[in-house]
Design a binder for this molecule. Structure first.
Ligand SMILES: Cc1cc2nc3c(=O)[nH]c(=O)nc-3n(C[C@H](O)[C@H](O)[C@H](O)COP(=O)(O)O)c2cc1C
Length: 199
């Protein structure tokens, strides 16, 4: 359990709720000032082809957006910094506007086949893509037709892994194809053999 994560989230109201329902509030001791991303987190992050990004609107409403791209589009620049390219999209710029007022964001990364999830808290900064031409070249998906308009950087403060309970394994079409590919090949071989034997 990441102590920093709970240290950030066990606010007074949360602790009051814990006291109301369970008689006492959780104690978080010895939390570091921040959590550094390690190898396990870095490998998990670069394996993802999507994640959810939560930000807070100027009026206090939570806002969640799905972000998708080629595997590894969310890049680990170093042990405290993540970055991804933000393309010309639906022109709403909700996340960009939100983090210009409140830079606190939550990232929610799911690995359904392995029933794992990683939650990250951090501070986001959105820069005009023209400020970072070299990084844009590294982070842009060559297959995406839309231009990169912005780069989003996340200064990671903390993260937490969840237990696999209640995560139903789910597979993408590509993953299903990889699993059933050998079965299809075997069926084709057997059909050919059956045909040859004229049974
Ligand atoms: C043509 C087009 C391509 C898009 N490509 C992507 C994409 O590759 N990845 C992604 O997460 N969103 C993509 N989007 C969604 C937009 O970027 C969308 O504007 C953005 O996710 C909204 O962010 P916001 O919630 O911060 O406003 C695309 C939208 C359009 C119209």
């Amino acid at each position: 359990m990441a102590t920093k994560y709970l240290d950030l989230l066990f606010t007074d109201s949360v602790r009051r709720a814990q006291t109301q329902y369970y008689g006492r509030a959780g104690q978080i001791a010895g939390a570091p000032t921040r959590d550094l991303l390690g190898q396990a987190e870095a490998e998990f992050i670069v394996d993802r082809d999507s994640f959810y990004l939560g930000s807070i609107s100027e009026t206090g409403w939570p806002y969640i957006q799905h972000r998708g791209g080629p595997q590894g589009f969310l890049r680990v620049l170093n042990e405290t910094t993540l970055a991804f390219a933000d393309y010309k999209g639906n022109r709403q710029l909700l996340t960009t506007g939100n983090v210009s007022v409140n830079d606190r964001v939550a990232l929610f990364l799911m690995d359904y086949p392995n029933r794992a999830r990683l939650k990250i808290l951090g501070h986001a900064r959105v820069d005009d893509a023209r400020v970072h031409p070299e990084l844009v070249a590294q982070l842009a998906d060559p297959k995406t037709q839309q231009p990169v308009e912005r780069l989003v950087f996340v200064d990671v403060v903390s993260f937490d892994w969840n237990c696999p309970k209640y995560i139903t394994p789910r597979y993408s079409a590509e993953e299903v194809e990889a699993y059933v590919g050998s079965l299809k090949k075997r069926i084709a071989e057997l059909e050919t053999a059956l045909h040859a034997a004229k049974i």
